[in-house]
Design a protein around this ligand. Structure first.
Ligand SMILES: C[S@@+](CC[C@H](N)C(=O)[O-])C[C@H]1O[C@@H](n2cnc3c(N)ncnc32)[C@H](O)[C@@H]1O
Length: 371
């Protein structure tokens, strides 16, 4: 079957690399907004439970040309949906249309719903209220693609983090940045890794590192309503790095207690309720130290000084207090246009722009060389 792993535009290569690690034999193709994957149904559905970077996983059902509603109706009604889903489901239709004759979204949705209800009546299936599966209907230049959503709620909801702070980072973004550093910018020298977040919020970076290879089980997936949902979860790939300890600083008391709840029971965690700029330097470590930080952008969390000044201070403080091997900062693009004063030995090795909740951001990765 043809699956499509939806990625945040700008992170497609990271989603592709993650799929390649878990499913090395599957044919993959990264395109704008996601990755095409060809897989047997059980393995395709398992992507929901092991991958940490995609937003959702769709399965392609049909692709056809049409410029009229009757063809759309007939094509949908003719599909044997029992191949995919339990026909007692209700469909939640999501429409997008570009450069196509059919452009009125509400009418496209109505036509899909009519066809679905008539199909269901014809095979004498009864609807069960609340049992929902998403149908993604996409028109581009009069080619209609029908895809079923196998995920349900977006995949950044892992089912484990229940406490959030003021401006939480999506888990899928945190995971993508950790994987990017791990794959491209860190040097495997046999040492374990200590991950430090100087502005930890509710602990997303720490959680994503700690549960990197965990199979997600504590939530529902749309594929629970799929017909042949014999999900085949693969074994975790071997990794060049081990996350051994986790350190977080957080100025706000309430937010820190959210992080404490989220990370409860995990070994090797130190959380400090402190202003990072006023904190004592971390003791030297035998481990590699990787810093990840998503500081305030001056939007949801107000900042008194110019943002660029805050970030320059932050880099200097991270160098002084953490002495990291690698550091990754997610910063609002508008605040980092010009040149930055960097601590000695810091070199930019990646700048990756994308949208974080609609805000243009750039992920900067620094490698640090010491004499
Ligand atoms: C954008 S949020 C980080 C969100 C976090 N990545 C998450 O997913 O929950 C920035 C966090 O930095 C904290 N913060 C701001 N200034 C700080 C400082 N000087 N020291 C420590 N924490 C600080 C804020 O309270 C806020 O929780």
């Amino acid at each position: 079957m043809k699956f499509f792993a939806v990625a945040l535009p700008g992170l497609e290569d990271l989603v592709q690399a993650e799929i390649g690690e878990w499913f090395p034999d599957l044919p993959l193709e990264a395109v704008h907004g996601g990755v095409n994957v060809t897989a047997a149904i059980g393995r395709g559905l398992a992507m929901n439970q092991v991958l940490k970077t995609p937003t959702r996983i769709l399965v392609r059902v049909a692709e056809f040309r049409t410029r009229d509603f009757p063809t759309l109706y007939k094509t949908i009604k003719k599909i044997d949906w029992r191949e995919y889903i339990d026909p007692s489901c209700e469909l939640e239709v999501h429409v997008s249309t570009r450069l196509s004759r059919l452009k009125i979204k509400s009418r496209i949705e109505e036509t899909c719903q009519d066809a679905w209800v008539d199909y269901r009546n014809e095979i004498r299936a009864t609807a069960v209220r609340g049992k929902k599966v998403g149908l993604y209907v996409r028109f581009v230049e009069d080619v209609c693609t029908l895809s079923l959503d196998t995920s349900g709620e977006r995949l950044h909801k892992r089912g484990s983090r229940s406490f959030v702070g003021e401006a939480p980072l999506r888990e899928t973004i945190a995971a993508a940045l950790i994987q990017m550093v791990e794959r491209k910018h860190a040097v495997a020298d046999g040492r374990g890794v200590e991950l430090v977040d100087p502005m930890v919020g509710s602990g997303t970076f720490l959680l994503e590192a700690a549960f990197r290879d965990e199979v997600i089980q504590g939530r529902e997936f749309a594929f629970d309503h799929f017909a042949k949902a014999d999900v085949k979860v693969p074994a975790a790939p071997s990794r060049p790095f081990r996350f051994e300890s986790f350190v977080g600083f957080e100025a706000d008391k309430k937010t820190l207690s959210a992080a404490e709840q989220n990370l409860k029971g995990l070994d090797g965690v130190i959380l400090r309720q402190e202003d990072f700029f006023k904190s004592e330097p971390l003791p030297p470590s035998e481990k590699q130290r990787w810093v990840f930080c998503n500081p305030p952008y001056g939007e949801r969390i107000k900042v008194k000084e110019p943002l660029a000044d805050l970030y320059v201070r932050l880099f200097a403080a991270v160098e002084e207090k953490c002495r990291p091997d690698v550091a990754c900062f997610l910063l609002p693009s508008k605040a980092v246009k010009g040149k930055f004063r960097l601590p000695i030995g810091w070199k930019v090795v990646e700048k990756r722009p994308f949208l974080n909740g609609g805000i243009p951001v750039t992920a900067f990765v620094f490698q640090i060389q010491r004499a």
